[in-house]
Design a binder for this molecule. Structure first.
Ligand code: PGA
Length: 265
């Protein structure tokens, strides 16, 4: 059991899985179960992040269930307000349905050319619209093996999370996702992830002060399952998880159950 004043977050990144029909039926399957698990918990927040086209379908399931600890998040958005940006969705559109948005996921960075400057613009746009940005950072395998993790992470924090105002700094969530651990079944060790996450907290503190660093929630992501979530959560610096593959299975409920058991609720 650990004691932290920071509310744990378990976010499920469904990636490009489940169109509206499948998303609704999967949500109908897991939301009542999740509801039972989080019903009496005060220090956990579950965020379901289906594909953009399925957000409304999942919203309907969540609205009917009305569990205050289960929210909806998007996987991405553009930073402009509106206009000629074919295929994009704006922060205002996301805000109509969601409370959170994942930004700068490594798959966005790798396949769609996103960089720290764009991610920073998106984070600012999210905050302007009252959305909670979940900003992803992490080193790739080559950087990891070359011992460059520290510099890479420091630079990503500096640039992706720049220029927040005093009341914005506490609304940001960071997900540390080492790219070599995503979708590989080869999760980081809790000790390894915890060390990097402590560095992230330190960098954030250098930018925004010790109080902001203390309040900042940092999640681990990369091959999280119900079998390893407990190890991550006992680390004092790890405040939850961003879950990919296991979030589109009933195991997600088990992950949340283990989270509550680990944080002692
Ligand atoms: P994974 O994905 O849990 O399937 O490794 C995590 C993520 O990409 O957010």
């Amino acid at each position: 059991m650990k004691t932290s004043s920071r509310t744990a977050i378990i976010a499920g990144n469904w990636k490009m899985n489940y169109g509206p029909k499948e998303a609704a039926s999967f949500a109908q399957e897991i939301v009542p179960e999740l509801g039972k698990v989080v019903h009496h918990a005060h220090h956990v927040l579950c965020i379901l992040c289906p594909p953009a086209i399925s957000l409304a379908a999942v919203r309907d399931v969540l609205a009917a269930a009305a569990h205050p600890h289960i929210e909806l998040g998007a996987q991405n958005m553009y930073f402009e307000e509106k206009g000629a940006f074919t295929g994009e969705i704006s922060p205002g559109m996301v805000r109509e349905l969601c409370n959170s948005v994942i930004l700068g996921h490594s798959e966005r960075r790798t396949y769609f050319g996103e960089n720290d400057a764009m991610v920073n613009k998106k984070a600012h746009a999210a905050l302007r619209h009252g959305l909670r940005p979940i900003v992803c950072i992490g080193e790739n395998e080559h950087e990891h093996e070359a011992g460059q993790t520290k510099q890479i992470i420091h630079s990503q924090v500096r640039h992706s999370l720049a220029n927040f105002t005093a009341d914005q700094v506490n609304k940001v969530v960071i997900a540390y996702e080492p790219i070599w651990a995503i979708g590989t079944g080869n999760a980081a060790t809790a000790e390894g992830a915890g060390k990097v996450i402590a560095l992230i907290r330190q960098s954030y503190g250098e930018m925004y002060g010790p109080e902001a660093a203390q309040t900042l929630r940092i999640l681990y992501g990369g091959s999280v399952t119900s079998s390893n979530i407990g190890e991550f959560l006992v680390h004092p610096d790890i405040d939850g998880a961003l879950v990919g593959g296991a979030s589109i299975k009933p195991d997600f409920v088990e992950i949340v159950r283990k989270t509550l058991a680990t944080i002692g609720q």
